[in-house]
Design a protein around this ligand. Structure first.
Ligand SMILES: Nc1ncnc2c1ncn2[C@@H]1O[C@H](COP(=O)(O)OP(=O)(O)OP(=O)(O)O)[C@@H](O)[C@H]1O
Ligand SMILES: [Mg+2]
Length: 602
């Protein structure tokens, strides 16, 4: 065994860089945050070759004094906090005194800065831990940080860098978050000499519109809500602007972009009654909270936070957003599909109430399907269902069908027809069964996908005609970074051109889905959950997304054999009584209920 030795400073920085400077985008984020902390009102950023060749950020902030430049580049040196108490009340974005040192550990860094009011600035260079003495520089009022050749001295990390376009797309997203967080600061972003974004200082709505587009702003409600030491403001999109991926969700806590489970949950709840479950809300919201009510020192990237009173915060966010979305005029102007209205929780509740007062009828609890059909019976049925159709056996009106299986054997009975493009009506031994065909099919597909993945038997179905589509740069990046995850899920997706993706195979169970929409959502989920979580803790969420896309849509006319096949599949699928989101998939109205409704026999 070798003796214990202190690691050299450069090596420590390089190890820390692994957490702080994962890729060019994370370096850009740190440098931009420093400019904001320095009180800058104008910040320009230039990237070359996705930021791997050069990241240059210039600001008009307070600047760094000549004698402090070396400190700025040392680890654990910060001007932002001095005591533990400061850390608990931290109001700046930075506080570790680690970012610049970490970036300098894995690049050639130049720092040029001039304190406000001085007539010229100073410049230092640092490479491989060696800092040059400060030299006078013709730079006034502010700081320029240049990061050249990121990872030039850590080839292992360099290998993990993706294409220039992918790296730039991550940087662009980092820039977007920063630019949204501070509309009072002017920002520009250039890549390879071309301006990609020019944002003058503006009010919040103008900035948000510049970043997320007119359509988003037009379809959003303004939220402004104060309570004790909490304040929530920003824009939340109405369902008309809901997304198929979680790619337009920006939540800032005291100006810091965060991804937080508690907040995500409160937002989901707030939208629950008005948004179909396969859509994701879009929002840009700013929470201001007393600094000691939130701990930001949780994770190296500082995108996670911990709240002192999570329950109160959850309530506050939920109510503020829910109330704003429910204001008269908003929800009705949104395009909630007929399907949403009928399956949405509140909608069912409301309709149910009206319905029950009409006749004394009360909705049935979902009856568990027991016993499930035996395999032999099911198989026998399949053959009857797909026999050439004959006039009246197809609807199952006859009490006995060929092959000797009686109607009474089948808990969900035989299809009578389709209602409103959404429900299958069927008759069983007890009375009428109403099935939400999408919800039921979704559950079936979900259970099949789970089973296939558990048994590593996801069957890939090569597409006869591969589906190509224009992809966002983030989608391009997700494909490049997650080939193994996608394969495991049964997808073969690759780049077709710098801006197009091609889907060559999908899981066989989903071959009838809208392939492009499905692919976009899966990519969105993988990005959101992270590759490893997508196959572990968030796996079921992902499969649920996939199932939703494979499931038959409202307004698709089903043939009787199709309807009956769906009923039979429900009978053999576990948990078929509820959709993947816990809502019922079917109801039964017994003949006694019907008699009561019509006051028969009284
Ligand atoms: N653009 C800038 N303008 C003025 N001062 C700066 C600028 N960038 C960095 N500094 C100074 O350099 C110090 C070190 O910056 P660095 O980013 O390494 O650490 P930090 O911001 O204090 O904490 P963190 O590691 O959490 O970002 C800062 O505390 C600040 O005093
Ligand atoms: Mg910093």
């Amino acid at each position: 065994m070798t003796a214990i030795k202190l690691l050299p400073d450069l090596l420590i920085s390089q190890i820390a860089a692994g957490e702080v400077v994962e890729r060019p985008a994370s370096a850009l984020k740190e440098i931009l945050e420093n400019s904001i902390d320095a009180g800058a009102t104008e910040v320009s950023s230039q990237l070359f070759q996705g930021g791997t060749r050069l990241i240059r950020v210039a600001d008009n902030g307070t600047g760094i004094a000549r004698d402090e430049m070396a400190l700025a580049l040392s680890r654990h040196a910060t001007s932002k906090i001095t005591t533990l108490e400061d850390l608990q009340n931290v109001a700046s974005l930075g506080f570790r005194g680690e970012a610049l040192a970490s970036i300098a550990g894995v690049s050639r860094l130049m720092l040029t800065s001039c304190r406000n009011g001085e007539i010229h600035g100073w410049r230092v260079e640092i490479e491989g831990g060696r800092l040059s003495p400060p030299e006078p520089a013709g730079r006034v009022n502010g700081t320029t940080v240049e990061v050249h050749d990121l990872y030039f001295n850590t080839p292992a990390r360099r290998k993990f860098l993706k294409s220039e376009a992918t790296e730039f797309s991550h940087s662009e997203e980092a820039f977007k978050r920063i630019a949204l967080s501070r509309c009072d600061i002017a920002f520009t972003l250039q890549h390879n000499g071309l301006i990609r974004s020019r944002l003058p200082a503006a009010d919040a709505k103008t900035r948000i519109t510049a970043m997320l587009g007119e359509e988003f702003s037009h379809n959003s409600v303004y939220i402004e809500n104060d309570a004790a030491d909490l304040r929530l403001s920003g824009l939340a999109a109405l369902p008309a602007y809901s997304r198929s991926a979680r790619d337009a969700q920006y939540f800032f806590v005291n100006g810091r972009y965060v991804r937080d489970k508690l907040i995500a949950h409160a937002m989901r709840e707030a939208y629950r009654d008005i948004l179909h479950h396969d859509r994701h809300p879009a929002f840009v919201l700013f929470l201001e909270i007393d600094a000691n009510g939130v701990d930001v020192n949780v994770h190296p990237t500082k995108t996670e936070v911990r709240f002192r009173d999570p329950r109160a915060l959850h309530q506050f966010i939920f109510h503020a957003v829910n109330k704003a979305l429910a204001s008269p005029g908003h929800v009705s102007s949104a395009s909630i599909s007929a399907h949403d209205q009928t399956v949405g929780k509140t909608a069912i509740g409301k309709k149910g109430d009206a319905f029950s007062s009409f006749s004394g009828y009360s909705r049935q609890k979902v009856i568990p399907l027991n016993p499930p059909l035996g395999v032999a019976q099911a198989a026998a049925f399949y053959s009857t269902l797909f026999r050439p159709e004959t006039s009246n056996t197809e609807s199952g009106f006859e009490s006995t069908q060929g092959d000797g299986v009686k109607q009474s054997d089948l808990p969900l009975g035989f299809a009578l027809g389709q209602l409103l493009g959404t429900y299958i009506l069927s008759q069983n031994e007890r009375g009428l069964v109403i099935v939400d065909m999408h919800a039921a099919h979704e559950r079936i597909l979900y259970e099949r996908l789970k089973f296939a993945l558990d048994n590593q038997k996801v069957m890939m179905q090569p597409l006869l005609i591969p589906a190509t589509f224009h992809a966002t740069s983030l989608d391009m990046a997700t494909v490049e970074e997650n080939p193994a995850t996608l394969r495991e899920l049964g997808f073969e997706i690759c780049a077709f051109s710098p801006t197009m993706l091609v889907v060559r195979s999908v899981p066989a169970t989903l071959k009838d889905a809208d392939i492009v929409k499905l692919a976009r959502e899966v990519l969105g989920d993988i990005r959101e959950f992270g590759a490893s979580e997508a196959l572990t803790s968030r796996r079921n969420d992902l499969l649920s997304t996939m199932a939703c896309h494979g499931a038959v849509r409202a307004n698709r006319m089903l043939t009787f054999p199709e309807m009956n096949a769906l009923l039979r599949e429900m009978e053999t699928t576990e948990r078929a009584g509820q959709c993947n989101h816990g809502r019922p998939t079917w109801f039964e109205i017994s003949s006694a209920d019907l008699d009561r409704m019509f006051m028969r026999g009284r």
